[in-house]
Design a binder for this molecule. Structure first.
Ligand code: SF4
Length: 220
């Protein structure tokens, strides 16, 4: 094992010891529910995403047929607590209509296709970029991909596991080389926990960070 892979492994082991080993829960099992939740979460804090998703699910059953036929104004009202709620309401209605038309109301193809084909099909849907596609593939279909959200991106770069100027696919591919596929879920979730609690965008808490001894940015 080379030095870099060893350091990456030590970071992960330390995060598991600090935050616990992440487990899958609830909404991830149904890909359409997860898609709706992931679209709501774009540029929105976790607490507000949660509240908006709960508002929406109190009002509607989260199914393509229901959201495709819902009034935009009612979806907007439910999403008000999340940012960009007008835009997100339109995207949700359009994506629901396309899942209904193109895939007969089911995203179950993500289990059946190869990962690259499933990723390509998902990314043809409105509001679905690489991160959203990877979230669905990892959480709902247990495919070997590692979604890179804003926290995963920032933390990986500060830890110098990936180059500072790397774009989405370079970060994802580099992390996927550093870690075995059965750790992708843990890496994704634990890097998010690290980014939220210690390695914040502004004023990162280097002094109390659990992985500071493996981090070249700890003194900056
Ligand atoms: S030591 Fe600082 S830069 Fe490094 S991971 Fe921790 S908070 Fe982030």
């Amino acid at each position: 094992m080379d030095e870099e892979t060893r350091r990456a492994e030590q970071v992960l082991e330390t995060l598991k010891a600090h935050f616990g080993v992440p487990q899958l829960v609830g909404v991830e099992n149904d890909p359409f529910n997860l898609l709706v939740r992931t679209i709501i979460s774009q540029s929105t804090a976790e607490a507000n995403t949660q509240r908006a998703y709960q508002n929406l699910s109190r009002k509607f059953s989260i199914e393509p047929k229901v959201l495709a036929n819902a009034e935009i104004a009612e979806i907007e009202e439910a999403l008000k607590v999340a940012g960009l709620h007008r835009n997100k309401a339109r995207v949700l209605k359009r994506v629901a209509a396309q899942v209904l038309e193109k895939f007969n109301g089911s995203l179950s193809f993500i289990h059946d296709l190869t990962m690259e084909n499933a990723r390509r099909e998902l990314m043809r849907l409105p509001g679905v970029g690489p991160k959203t596609a990877d979230v669905l593939l990892l959480f709902s279909a247990q495919k070997p991909t590692l979604p890179v959200d804003t926290h995963v991106n920032r933390v990986s770069k500060r830890l110098n596991l990936v180059p500072m100027d790397a774009g989405y696919d370079v970060v994802r591919e580099r992390l996927q080389k550093l870690y075995p596929p059965d750790e992708y879920l843990s890496v994704h979730l634990l890097f998010i926990s690290l980014g939220r609690k210690y390695c914040r965008a502004l004023r990162p808490a280097h002094a109390v960070c659990p992985v500071r001894k493996f981090c070249p940015s700890a003194e900056t």
